[in-house]
Unconditional design. Structure first.
Length: 445
């Protein structure tokens, strides 16, 4: 490992206070691949260069996603209770697979997501968002992370999975307990039980949903593989979607140029989302790859076989943006790496964007006078080596009367079939009973 600055400690609050300054300092000293500590005593490398991330992600012969290649883990130096194992421990799913095996399971996932085109997802997300807003709009204040940004993508995904209301309720509760650290082991077991029962039910009553498509796909997924990929989609999709939504709202509320235009804001929303994806992407230093042999880095250092190599999307985006600072308008503006690159790039980019846009549109339309509830410098960020997300997003606004208070719900197990045009405030929202039910559960009613 090169001398000079010690490895970047990705768990250090000092690093999180200004991570871009730390990336710049380390890059100057070490070049495109910088030494990092993932937790005390656990070494890795972080790639902070756009071209190198792109090249390495496409080089499937040299870089594997299979975490069982992690040398320190293989040789017993990673304790079983390491907090890294939640994100880095091998699981039998697409994210940790290579080559043919990866293509097989990924194809099934991509096909299962394909009916959910952005218009349809946006309509469902708007409908869920309206009901979430109903839960707090009379108060004139809210904590948007817990009350909006986290539940919204999860509730939309529950519908896409085709869950009935009872499974949805248990699934939602188990996930909420996992976030809150309430007996995580029990919550995890409950999650698996709910999904197994859901899969059994879908065998008897298949529908137009992700679960049924995965089950009947020609890739021949076993029930266990279906379960693992439902968990992967929620795991990979939920927190980043919440982070994108909340961080884009923060940008809209703090950037005068974008925020001044809140009323007619579709352009402002798109711009805020793009800005977050460039400068503060939800997934900062993840996933992880493992070189199958020692790899020489341009500039001379070597990454030994089995070293965790983190993909530094946030740093790489920033360095590229700086390089093109005076030419950004001409540059291919969507070429950021925030959705990943290569065979494992995010298969749900359009779905996640549709959820974020719909959520923000509803907030802006329903909450006049929307503003931060604390000074911008009082907002705090989660300390994670892998992700960049607000812990809380307190906001204030002029109190409003709920639009849908007391709407009854009826059992049904899928999201609406058709995409609904953006409704006017006098219209009823598209009805999805499962999400309606879960929203009420969330609100404690
Ligand atoms: C703003 C929200 C999201 C962001 C920023 C995001 C970003 C990413 C990134 C960076 C990767 C890794 C790419 C790579 O390895 O090169 C990824 C993979 C993945 N994402 Fe997303 N994602 C988001 C939302 C979602 C949603 C909503 C879903 C599910 C419905 C999802 C499902 C997945 C899956 C399954 C993978 C693994 C794909 C594979 O290994 O082949 N993501 N995502």
């Amino acid at each position: 490992m090169a001398t000079g600055h010690p490895p970047l400690e990705l768990y250090d609050p000092g690093f999180h206070a200004d991570h871009h300054a730390a990336y710049a300092r380390m890059r100057k000293e070490h070049g495109p691949v910088v030494p990092v500590m993932l937790e005390p005593g656990v070494e890795g490398r972080l790639v902070v260069d756009y071209a190198l991330i792109t090249a390495w992600c496409r080089d499937e012969r040299t870089f594997s996603r299979d975490a069982r290649r992690w040398k320190d883990w293989r040789e017993g130096r990673i304790p079983d209770d390491s907090s890294l194992l939640g994100m880095m421990g091998h699981r039998p799913n697409a994210l940790f697979s290579d080559g043919e095996e990866h293509r097989r399971v990924r194809r099934a996932m991509v096909d299962s997501l394909s009916p959910f085109e952005p218009g349809r997802v946006g309509a469902e997300a708007r409908s869920v968002a309206e009901r979430l807003v109903d839960g707090f709009c009379a108060r004139g204040e809210a904590e948007l992370m817990e009350e909006f940004a986290r539940p919204l993508p999860l509730l939309v995904m529950n519908g896409m999975f085709g869950m009935d209301h009872e499974s949805g309720r248990r699934f939602f509760t188990a996930l909420r307990d996992m976030w809150d650290g309430v007996d995580a082991e029990r919550a995890n077991a409950e999650l698996e039980r709910v999904l197994s029962a859901h899969i059994d039910r879908k065998r008897a009553h298949p529908g137009d949903d992700i679960t049924s498509t995965l089950m009947r796909h020609r890739a021949g997924l076993s029930d266990e593989e279906v379960l693992q990929h439902l968990v992967l989609m929620v795991g990979a999709g939920h927190e980043p979607s919440a982070a994108l939504l909340s961080n884009s709202v923060r940008v809209l509320l703090t950037d005068r140029a974008l925020g001044d235009d809140l009323a007619g804001a579709r352009t402002g929303i798109d711009e805020a989302i793009e800005r977050v994806m460039w400068s503060a992407p939800p997934v900062t230093n993840y996933p992880v790859m493992y070189p199958v042999r020692d790899v020489e880095v341009p500039g001379g250092s070597v990454v030994p076989e089995g070293t965790p190599v983190l993909l530094g999307f946030a740093a790489a985006n920033r360095f590229l943006a700086e390089e093109y600072a005076d030419r950004m308008d001409d540059a291919p503006n969507r070429a950021h790496l925030a959705w990943g690159v290569g065979a494992h790039r995010c298969p749900a980019k359009d779905i996640a964007t549709a959820i974020a846009v719909a959520g923000i549109e509803v907030l802006i339309r329903r909450l006049p006078g929307l503003r931060l509830g604390v000074a911008p410098e009082e907002l705090s960020w989660r300390i994670s080596p892998f992700a960049h997300a607000l812990t809380r997003l307190p906001v204030a606004f002029t109190p409003q009367t709920p639009e849908e208070e007391g709407t009854p719900w009826t059992p049904s197990d899928s999201v609406p079939e058709t995409s609904t045009p953006r409704r006017q405030s006098s219209e009823k929202p598209a009805q999805s009973s499962l999400s309606s039910f879960l929203v009420r559960l969330l609100r404690g009613r």
